[in-house]
Ligand binder design. Structure first.
Ligand SMILES: C[S@@+](CC[C@H](N)C(=O)[O-])C[C@H]1O[C@@H](n2cnc3c(N)ncnc32)[C@H](O)[C@@H]1O
Length: 217
């Protein structure tokens, strides 16, 4: 993988699968009580920190953005894939979705009261993680909560098809929660909680709750 090839490959891949991803995953939260609990806790943390707009970064078809909106959160979505953003806008016409990359997040300094990245960091290579977390910290208000969801494990695999056999070329990186927590601390976050999901299953995931410190580093 050279330079930013992964970004172009990821964008093209999710443009290709956007409609089928929405069909297959767009209603998934209904069957995911633990994820709903994670999102409800995040919504409470955002409210307690003063509210404000919340960025769902790597929002895909916008179902998580919409779920948060239903919990009273002023959520909007950003995604690398214009195809995903089109699908999100069509599926959730009352909400705001924009094209953008978390590697160069098009949001102003201290402009959001909360930020989540749900299974979108899984495509970001290790060497780009500090840059991405630096953007997350930059755009969050002091004290603002951050929620990361990601695949737990070690190593990376190249996914060449998905969501109904459509061609893809995306790397899927699995990480141990402690490693992600260490990256977060290095980026200036305080890590507050870790929840491991599907612990005995074939695709364990983790939710990490962190917070941008109130004192500027
Ligand atoms: C596995 S999907 C997750 C979508 C949604 N968050 C969910 O929970 O179903 C990964 C999403 O991350 C987006 N993505 C990948 N790299 C990104 C980047 N650098 N910036 C913004 N979005 C990105 C993809 O386009 C895709 O929509």
């Amino acid at each position: 993988m050279n330079g930013d090839d992964w970004l172009a490959d990821t964008r093209t891949s999710y443009d290709t699968v956007a409609v089928s991803y929405a069909d297959q995953i767009g209603g998934a939260l209904a069957g995911e009580p633990y994820l709903r609990a994670v999102l409800a806790l995040f919504a409470e943390l955002v409210r307690d920190a003063g509210g404000g707009p919340v960025a769902d970064v790597g929002c895909g078809p916008g179902h998580v953005t919409a779920h948060l909106h239903g919990l009273g959160v002023d959520a909007f979505g950003i995604d690398l894939s214009p195809g995903m953003v089109d699908v999100a806008r069509r599926g959730h016409p009352g909400l705001r979705f924009e094209v953008g990359s978390m590697t160069d997040l098009p949001l102003a300094h201290a402009s959001v009261g909360g930020l989540l990245a749900f299974w979108s960091l899984v495509h970001v290579p290790d060497d780009a993680i500090p840059t991405v977390l630096g953007h997350f910290r930059r755009v969050l208000r002091p004290g603002g909560p951050l929620l990361l969801g990601f695949h737990v494990g070690d190593g990376s695999r190249l996914k060449t098809q998905g969501y109904g056999g459509h061609p893809m070329r995306v790397y899927v990186h699995r990480r141990q929660p402690d490693r992600m927590a260490a990256w977060l601390r290095d980026a200036g976050f305080t890590v507050e909680a870790k929840m491991v999901l599907d612990l005995d299953g074939s695709a364990p995931g983790a939710a990490l709750f962190a917070r941008r410190g109130r004192v500027s580093a």
